[in-house]
Every structure is written in C-alpha cells, then in structure tokens.
Design a protein around this ligand. Structure first.
Ligand code: URA
Length: 436
C-alpha cells in the first residue's frame, strides 16, 4: 500500500477501507508517512467528506493508536465533557472542578487551540508552572488524589490525534464532521470514562455554522460513543457570539475563576452549570439533571469547586496563588479599544473573525511549532441586542506587539454591525439535546 494512492483515492471521491485508514494513520503516527502526504489526504477528506463507515474506521484506528486507559482502580464513575470549540469557550475549567468536588472522577484529555478556537491546554498553561504533559502514572496519581486531571494527548494516549490535530490546525482542515468526530471521540474513548457530555457548538463562531450540520455531527458522535458502550449526550449550544466576556488564555482562566467564586457572566455560568448537571446525571451521582444543577450550584456557592480547582492546580505543578491573586497570570503590556461607529443595537455577524483576531495577536498558531502568547486577549463589552452609544467601547484588545494590531482591529470591527433596530431573534443558549 502507498500513501500517494490513498490520497488519490480520496481525491477522486473513493471510500477508504478500514485497512487503508489503518495504514495511513499508523504510518503517519510512526513518522513513516510525512506531514505533506497526510496534509494532502486531510484536505481531500475535508473536500470529499467521509461516510459513516470511514468515520467509524478513522475513530477506531486513532483510538487504538495508543493505550485505552482502564481506571478501574479508581472507585466510582468517570465522566468527561468535550466541546467542538468556540470563542471564549472555557467551560472545562469550571465544570471539571465542580464535578470532581461532587465526587465523580474527571479524567480530561484536551486539545490545544484549533483554527480560530482556543484550546483548554493552552489556557491552563497560562497558569505559571501548570504541567499538561503528565505521564500516565502521574495522571493516575492526580486523579486518585483530587478526582480531576487535565492533560493533552500523549505518546501513550491518542498519539494519532496529537499529531493529526496539530497538522489540521495549520492546514485549514478543521471544519469536517468526520475529522472532528474521529479527533474528539478517539481521545475521549481512550480515557477510561463511563459517560461523556458533548457540547456541540453551532453558529458563526463554531466550526459547524448551520444548526443542521451541528446536529448531524452530534448524532454521529453520540452513535460512536454508544457503540463503544458509553453513556453519551450532546447539547447543541449557541456560538453566534463569544461565551462570557473574555477570550485569551489568561483572560479565560481569570473569568473561569470568577464563575467558581460565584460571580462571572450569566451565559458562561448557566452553560457550565448545565453541562455539569448532565455530567452528574450521566455519572449516576444524581437522579435527574435538575438535581445535578442544584448540586452544581451548591458546590459553587460553598466554594468547594473553587478549592478543588486550587488543589488541581497544585497537583499539576501550577502556582495556586493565582486563585487569590489573578494578577500573577501573564498580563499584556498594552490595551486598545474598538469603539462603536454609531449609536444603536449591537449585532455580531462573524464571531469566527473574533477568534481569528485573537489568533493574529499571538493567541493562536500559524505553524505547528509556534508558541502562543498567553497574555493577549479580547474583552467584549457588548452582547448581541445590547444598546450602544456612538464611540462607546465594543471590545478592549490586550496586546503585546503593534505588528498585528491593525489587522486584529479590522477583523474585530468588521465582525460587528450596529443598527437602529434590535436584531430580531434572541437565540437560546442550549438549542437542542441529542441522545438524552
Ligand atoms: N476538538 C477536538 O478535540 N478536535 C476537533 O477536531 C475539534 C474540536
């Protein structure tokens, strides 16, 4: 078998067999197939699409590219959540400590920034010293001690996703239902979990812009998880505007801690509590989702979730003083404002561009080897439907270098429209639930 033939087959709309998919993924993971051939195949798969059998095969060979963890030595249920990615989407940092404080185990394998979206690992690494590269033995020990651990794909767990994910990020091959399903489900199924809650974003800041595409992606992921014997539900949630008021790594750690302290913006708090409620329910810690929500609220109100977050930071080598002194997080040197050109009502017509602006400022990667700048960020002052005065602030930019400021400002200002009448449709944050 040769990689070049498999690229041509996909380019010409053919269907790869399980054996061919296995050859491609194992060859790329071991280094025998180079980046340029895998990138060409990914682009062919992006353009031609993958059918259900190909998605199932890709997910399974990626899952078995490394170890499939058994955490049976840790008592109780193990649950996790994964999002398909958005702008300002930081709920993992909030719900992992809530759910661990409630007595379930959360073995979370996350990703880095992908396309215009931020990644949990990059956000956590804004905390000085925080180590997302734990060995398997260290991961198990952290899970044992505090009930939550957040790491990336490793040489041992989902190594194929680690390599393919980084390549997709810089080759514009992210927004494909088949590739997203295989990426998410391969690392989640490797974690040794009993149940999984998926947050499938929809809207202009999501990879799937149309709700019907998000639903189709949710269905294929739920089906894949159930086939592997896991309890899975997917919440289809709105991503037509950033979640919360902050985007950027330090900013998002700060805002997550605000929610854990009982403050923070309503949309971020509501979605975090909803997702943790489902985790409690699927993890059989509560008899209903409503009970799960009440438990989540209590764990925040009593600061048990915040204390769990502090313990998690300490056990992964981070500086836990950031909890009480958030100014210890990396801070940008300069601030600039994007102001409203007129008085009126705010609409965000291109949320993806807001994520791209952050990436351009240094918050994302252009090449695989790039380092992200944890200090840069965006602070959103207005939500869709809010009234704004002429020259009032829409967005504050936190930046470190003038070089890309003008480009970022353009991307931001062209993402907003201010008009005389309020946008008609106010979309619900949770749009649908699949697989309940
Ligand atoms: N999150 C992932 O882990 N993979 C994707 O492809 C998209 C979002």
């Amino acid at each position: 078998m040769r990689a070049v033939d498999l690229i041509r087959k996909k380019r010409d709309c053919g269907e790869l067999s399980r054996e061919e998919t296995g050859f491609l993924v194992s060859g790329y993971t071991s280094g025998e197939i180079p980046d340029y051939q895998m990138a060409a195949w990914l682009m062919a798969a992006w353009i031609r699409g993958l059918n259900r059998a190909e998605i199932a095969a890709l997910t399974e060979v990626m899952l078995h590219s490394g170890e499939v963890l058994s955490l049976s030595e840790i008592p109780g249920r193990k649950v996790d959540k994964h999002s398909t990615g958005g702008v300002g989407d930081k709920t993992s940092l909030i719900l992992a400590p809530i759910v661990a404080a409630g007595g379930l185990t959360v073995p979370m394998i996350s990703g880095r920034g992908l396309g215009h979206t931020g990644g949990t690992l990059d956000k956590l690494e804004a905390i000085p010293g925080f180590n997302t590269n734990l060995s398997l033995a260290e991961f198990r020990s952290v899970l044992h001690e505090c009930g939550m651990g957040l790491i990336g794909q490793t040489a041992e767990i989902a190594p194929a996703d680690k390599k393919i994910y980084a390549l997709r990020d810089v080759t514009s091959t992210v927004e494909s239902a088949g590739l997203i399903c295989a990426s998410i489900m391969s690392k989640k199924l490797a974690e040794g979990i009993d149940a999984l809650v998926l947050d499938v974003k929809t809207g202009s800041g999501a990879f799937m812009k149309k709700e019907e595409d998000s639903v189709r992606l949710a269905e294929v992921m739920v089906e894949t998880g159930k086939r592997m014997g896991k309890k899975v539900v997917a919440l289809i949630t709105d991503m037509n505007q950033p979640l919360g008021r902050m985007a950027g790594h330090s900013n998002e750690v700060w805002e997550s801690m605000e929610v854990l302290k009982g403050r923070g913006p309503d949309d971020l708090r509501d979605l975090s509590l909803e997702l943790s409620a489902w985790m409690f329910f699927l993890g059989e810690r509560t008899k209903s989702v409503d009970e799960g929500r009440a438990l989540s609220e209590k764990l925040v109100a009593t600061c048990q979730a915040l204390e769990k977050f502090r313990q998690g930071i300490r056990l992964q080598g981070g500086d836990e003083r950031v909890v009480d002194e958030p100014e210890r997080l990396p801070q940008a040197r300069f601030h600039a404002e994007v102001i409203s050109p007129a008085a009126g009502y705010v609409n965000i017509t291109n949320c993806e561009q807001l994520g791209t602006a952050l990436a351009v400022l240094g918050g994302g990667r252009e090449k695989k080897e790039d380092k992200v700048d944890h200090a840069v960020g965006l602070e959103f002052h207005k939500r869709i439907g809010d009234h704004v005065e002429k020259n009032e602030k829409l967005v504050t930019i936190h930046y470190n270098s003038d070089a890309k400021l003008a480009e970022a400002k353009n991307l931001i200002s062209s993402s907003y429209v201010v008009s005389e009448s309020a946008p008609r449709e106010q979309r619900a944050l949770v749009r649908r639930i699949i697989g309940a």
